[in-house]
Design a protein around this ligand. Structure first.
Ligand code: SF4
Length: 377
């Protein structure tokens, strides 16, 4: 409990906030990139404890939220095949595709299973040699090492009935897209600590320098978050734009070279469609040609599917810091966790989900965790 209790110490958090209040002299807009950070901020009411002049906006770092609609539709098409066991993390099951979700496929007889690791899916393939096991390999840089390890493990075991439906995206291209937009409001970033634990933070140095924005590598507990915000504001007030590491207990500048090596062995850079945002060049990873035998898109011939987003959903603007969940006219009415219109309402890292779950429409100013709304099973 060491790192949980000390980084949730309300007295220490208030001390940092008091110091922040003394330092800030004008309005600043700061984006936390990671949806896990968004949930922690909203859950603990940290944004409401900040000086009024500091506005936090929520970034695109929610892998479920940015997985493109056509990838969801491909997952639905594959999962409906009678010979397939489709394995996925739980919060993907409720994400709406063009017509239905993975729960609906399961209700119609599809064999859709929740797993907690891609290696669980490899075990399923070992245990079911007469079935095709497909793992929905989504995520940012954080989950890439485990996903590529599952492919290497399947190859080492000689499995011919295991494949992955890959939807991997990377943080730096999204930051370029946000900062390069004529509508951009973001003046500083909290970079996601777990992504940097894998990749390091050297990739962010040219971004800070090119766009003149401070970037602070930040953790996920309340004290981590307010320290990251304070360091970002210190830079903004001083006119500095550097990359700083406020999560040194986990992150180094170069990250985890062994993890980067296996990612590079199995994946190569590709263009990706980001749900609600659009196609970003060189913004993701796909399997290298040597691993094509493990590519579910090729195995099930779903490469050419296309889809249209609901016109009501403004999640793309929320994920770029241009709108908030409460700005969406469908929030809590036409769009709820039980009947979602967009992925950000059902992902455990989605901003709309955070606002709904913690009753942000009626929220509190307490440092204690806000009461949680019951989520659908
Ligand atoms: S509330 Fe629902 S419809 Fe509105 S932006 Fe969020 S996910 Fe999309």
């Amino acid at each position: 409990m060491k790192h949980l209790e000390e980084y949730r110490d309300a007295h220490l958090v208030r001390g940092v906030l008091d110091d922040l209040r003394r330092r800030v002299t004008r309005p600043w807009v700061i984006m936390e990139i990671c949806g896990g950070q968004t949930h922690s901020i909203v859950r603990h009411g940290l944004d409401r404890l900040l000086p009024d002049s500091i506005e936090l906006v929520h970034g695109p770092g929610c892998p479920v939220c940015v997985t493109s609609l056509e990838l969801i539709d491909k997952a639905l098409a594959i999962a409906a095949q009678p010979e397939v066991i489709f394995a996925s993390y739980g919060d993907m099951l409720r994400v709406p595709g063009s017509g239905r979700d993975l729960f609906a496929v399961r209700a119609a007889g599809g064999d859709v299973r929740v797993v907690y690791s891609p290696l669980d899916a490899v075990k399923l393939a070992q245990a079911n040699p007469d079935r095709q096991v497909v793992f929905f390999a989504i995520g940012f840089e954080t989950t890439a090492p485990a996903n590529v390890m599952s492919v290497l493990q399947a190859r080492a075991l000689g499995l011919t009935n295991y494949s992955v439906l890959v939807s991997h995206v990377c943080v730096p291209p999204a930051m370029h897209a946000i900062l390069g937009s004529p509508h951009n409001r973001v003046q500083g970033f909290l970079a996601a600590g777990h992504v940097c634990a894998v990749m390091g933070y050297w990739e962010y140095e040219p971004i800070a320098s090119r766009y003149r924005v401070p970037i602070v590598v930040t953790g996920f507990e309340p004290l981590d978050l307010v320290q990251g915000i304070r360091q970002t504001v210190e830079q903004l007030e001083a006119g500095r734009a550097e990359v700083e590491n406020a999560y040194a207990r986990v992150v180094t500048r170069l990250g985890n070279p062994a993890a980067q090596q296996v990612i590079g062995q199995v994946f190569e850079v590709c263009d990706r469609n980001w749900r609600g945002i659009g196609r970003l060049p060189a913004s993701g990873w796909k399997l290298r040609a040597e691993y094509a035998a493990f590519d579910a898109e090729l195995r099930f011939e779903v490469q050419d599917m296309r889809a249209e987003e609901s016109p009501l959903c403004i999640a793309g603007m929320i994920l770029q810091g241009l709108r908030r969940p409460g700005d969406c006219p469908a929030f809590g009415t036409l769009c709820t966790p039980e009947q979602p219109l967009g992925a950000t309402m059902v992902s455990s890292e989605g901003a709309c989900s955070a606002y709904y779950r913690y009753g942000r429409d009626a929220g509190s100013m307490s440092l204690a965790a806000e009461p949680e709304r019951k989520q659908p099973a």
